[in-house]
Design a protein around this ligand. Sequence first.
Ligand code: NAG
Ligand code: NAG
Length: 441
Amino acid sequence: MATRGAVSSLLLLFITIVCKGLSSPLQGKEAWNYVEVRDGAHMFWWLYYADSQSAGYQDLPLVMWLQGGPGGSGTGFGNFEEIGPLNRDLKPRKTHWVQAASVLFVDNPVGTGFSYTDRPDVYATDVATVASDMLVLLKHFFTERAEFQSIPFHIFSESYGGKMAAAISLELTKAIAQGTVKCNFAGVALGDSWISPLDSVMTWGPYLYTTSLLDDNGLVGVNAAAEAVMHAIHQEQFQKATELWSVTESVVEQNTNGVNFYNILTQEEDEKVLSSAGENYIALQTRRHIGRLHGQSLSELMNGPIRKKLGIIPQNVTWGGQAEEVFSYMAGDFMKPVVDIVDQLLTAGVNVTVYNGQLDLIVDTMGQERWVKRLKWEGLPGFNKLIWTPLYDPSSPGITGAFYKMYKNFAFYWILKAGHMIPSDQGPMALQMMKMITQQV
Ligand SMILES: *[C@@H]1O[C@H](CO)[C@@H](O)[C@H](O)[C@H]1NC(C)=O
Ligand SMILES: *[C@@H]1O[C@H](CO)[C@@H](O)[C@H](O)[C@H]1NC(C)=O
């Protein structure tokens, strides 16, 4: 009897843990909601209060995470594949960010993740609308959660999320100055960010050539395709530039036997997305870039147990269901640079960090260096004169995990052995970097 009793209480314990794992990751507090940011445009956010053994959430920063695409979901991909407390199998993630910050995921632009639009005419078509929508959300958020008004607020981003983060940061800075949003904005971190699309595309050839992924003929082909993108951008034909960007990717794929744009050292047969003749380029780019953020098991998780747990997702809204439209409506804006916005942020005194993965191709580090060197910011000569500092990988003592430089309000982190999704590839280093940027170490 005693044994049976022990077994059944073990079973009970097990069930409790499993159910708890679903209903409340760790012990931390969570909240989520929708904000109607424009008529018919519903934006979803999900907040994890910081859950640390050494400090209360009041003493830790608030980090907002913005995913790329546009159309990639922070509440899904960022949360369960990168920095959230649980991974896609709902197992605890050792290097999750909630141990050092409250983390706010927002599915933006509208139509992304669990966000949705009632009508096609309310999709965002430019980054200015993306920013003004987010300002509405943040105004609601900091009013509803007034406890966060004085907590240092950092925006972290990845890929296209960085372009949005730059624009949002500038609008937020203005709104705070005007008193329309109450928050303690502490800075923006741009991870593998689509700040200057042309600089990324123009460096694909040289980067792949020096890493033995192109031969001489391939280099000529990729450079020629990239130059066509350049001409379109110089003529301000941005929709055409997006189309030619897609063509350039196909040229890269043909000449590299399908290199992984997100990490040049990992190629998986089932991840290869090769173009097929006559395919519409939006459909191709959705498969290439948005599809990657909506893998089958993540979709099943989000549209199954997670939507059940959240309880507020309208019945006819599918996580990821409008992602292709989000990308498609933004296609005319996609290739426009926002380097001038970064300059304005720096001049306004906002703390700006750029961090980039060594093995990323889609937004390679060479391309980031090119636009950084063109900044008009008065601190640039001082930044350029600095010698970088090595950082050790917290999980491998004595092994270099990154380099960084910081001058006045600008910092750059070169993250080694990471591709586009830095927290997925180098979790301990990414967590350490987040702590440095938020001034915890
Ligand atoms: C869901 O249904 C409502 C009511 O019929 C409709 O107004 C809305 O457009 C639908 N939303 C989506 C995302 O299909
Ligand atoms: C910007 O970064 C510097 C250096 O880390 C820090 O001293 C300063 O407080 C930061 N500014 C804000 C507004 O957080």
